[in-house]
Ligand binder design. Structure first.
Ligand code: FPP
Ligand code: MG
Ligand code: MG
Length: 328
């Protein structure tokens, strides 16, 4: 599990439920057309932490129906939605590597990647329908927020709008909402009380944004062997991230060269990109962003008050800590 669980019974249950989810996912990417099966299975088989399904399963443990089939279905829904969005995201970001494998756009082309994302999203919609109208409603809202966040990322902040708060709004959409929905589905289909469902949704929102910021810190700090992605991808594509916005905001006299590089087309020069990465790695904005994530993890854990104390709440707390301190 991509999560330390101190209670062995809970850990065993989560592991065996996640194995069932994994088997079901392998079935859901099957198509009558062998090539579609290959393309849709490509990123699923390449790896992934299965963070979202794990959160569904864990949140479900807050209710009295944690072992229901609907919980497994919901876990598949969020992973398929996530997977679909990765196919599209790699087209937008012109990313060549994902989960240490060729991205679908690199392996085939943009058309195949986009349509495969659509296929996976269709599969997740079909499963959502099995969960009933409330899930369809939540799923439609989640999808709209995902797309809004992803589109807003391509738009500059409005004049007078703080770039950091614009950015936090973007990541609440492109990443926060699906993680919030994962926690919500778990609570809803696991039979948790409404109050717990709301608490877990708020928790998921914060954990989700923190997850994205950790990811963006890693894009600068990590080496590609560990992350399974190409470091500096956001920088190269000019996608703003929290550490970069914080460095810009710091505007120290010593940062003149960094700002000049950030304002240039880093996709045009690997040398400039490497220099920008090195300057950012040494910049105090990296620690400022890390401190922000730790504070968000603390805020997320504070949402868990309505969850009864015990192994499940401990694991939810550990989940927030893992997100804040992730290295992959
Ligand atoms: C990754 O961000 C991208 C997302 C978390 C969301 C992408 C959403 C869409 C493309 C819209 C939804 C589309 C469908 C079909 C559901 P990133 O580029 O910052 O992260 P990375 O480093 O993992 O690429
Ligand atoms: Mg990307
Ligand atoms: Mg992106």
């Amino acid at each position: 599990l991509a999560l330390p669980v101190s209670d062995p019974d809970l850990e065993q249950r989560l592991k065996s439920r996640l194995t069932l989810v994994e088997k079901a996912l392998a079935g859901h990417v099957q198509s009558r057309a062998p090539f579609v099966t290959e393309a849709a299975g490509h990123l699923l088989e390449a790896g992934g932490k299965r963070f979202r399904p794990l959160l569904v399963l864990l949140a479900a443990e807050c209710g009295d129906r944690a072992d229901s089939d609907d919980v497994l279905t919901a876990a598949c829904v969020v992973e398929l939605t996530h997977l679909a969005s990765l196919y599209h995201d790699d087209v937008m970001d012109e990313a060549l590597v994902r989960r240490s494998a060729d991205s679908a756009n690199a392996r085939w082309d943009n058309h195949i990647a986009i349509l495969t994302g659509d296929f996976l999203f269709a599969r997740s919609s079909e499963l959502t329908a099995e969960l009933g109208p409330e899930a369809v409603h939540i799923q439609a809202q989640t999808f709209a927020r995902l797309v809004e966040g992803q589109i807003m990322e391509t738009q500059a902040p409005l004049s007078g709008e703080d770039p950091v708060s614009h950015h936090l709004d973007v990541i609440a959409g492109k990443t926060g909402i699906l993680i919030a929905t994962s926690a919500r589905y778990g609570a809803l289909f696991g039979g948790a009380p409404k109050e717990v469902e709301e608490a877990l949704t708020a928790y998921g929102d914060i954990v989700g944004a923190a997850f994205q910021i950790s990811d963006d810190i890693l894009d600068i700090a990590s080496d590609g062997d560990v992350s399974g992605k190409t470091p500096g991808t956001d920088l190269r594509e000019g996608v703003p991230t929290l550490p970069v916005l914080m460095a810009r905001r710091a505007a120290r006299p010593a940062d003149a060269r960094l700002i000049e590089l950030l304002d240039s087309d880093l996709a045009a020069s690997d040398e400039d990109l490497a220099e920008a990465l090195a300057l950012l790695r040494a910049h105090p904005a990296m620690d400022e962003a890390r401190a922000y994530v730790l504070e968000e993890a603390r805020r997320a854990k504070a949402c868990l008050a309505p969850v009864p104390a015990g192994p499940v709440r401990d694991a939810l707390e550990a989940f927030a800590d893992v997100v804040a301190t992730r290295t992959t």
